[in-house]
Write a protein of this length. Sequence first.
Length: 261
Amino acid sequence: MQVYLINLDRHPERLRRMTEELRGVPFQRIAAVDGHTVPGSEHRDLSKPADAGRISKFDRACTWSHRVVWREFLAGTERFACVLEDDIHVSPDFARFIGDESWIPVGCDVLKIETAMHQVFIERVVRSGLDRSLAVLRSQHFGTAGYIVSRRGAADLLRRAEELDRSADRLVFNEEALRRHHPVYQLIPALCVQGARIRQGIVIPEMESSIQPPIPPPLPKTFLRKIKAEVTRPFRQLAALPKTLSRKLRWRERWTVIPFV
């Protein structure tokens, strides 16, 4: 399996740290596309749909970077690629799993080895993946800092990324993508996690920076907007309740946080 590491040229310390994190696992560095060089807005308008060509130039650059990886992978002969971003911590088991493809289910095109440390839906039925478990993802699980993709999966993602109209994690792990590439598996526990998602995970100052600048705080709400939000909140929560409860009570699905070990 070929391992690809996406790394911005202006982040040499991240590259050095990841070389140590990977503990001798060979990888190919892919120069990330810098969002500062891409035309577009600084931030996506959060009041509008995410998948309608309204993403920020930094999201567009991230998708472009993953597109470079998929194209490079398809130019070779490996059956699977492991795609990593450069701000993660990896498990001591990482090398063992990457060096043995036997645990990857037959017919699997996308397999998430990362956790975002928030609750997601997975199938209750699990299968063995060496000494870990594999479950089919049943809800979006955003983040593209660590995943495995097959040649067929990469070819499909490359075609769908041509317009750069959505962020990489929505392209790979939103609910429409889960249906298209079904079954998309989640490794449990995960093999990697972004440093920003765990306590004391940012170990060098350079990790505090990002491909995307922080989103500016929203403008203060007017008195009328505050009143409207408070009046409509119970109705919005009530409208969402049946769907949430039905999913939580479904015997085939489990609502859980994917751990990192």
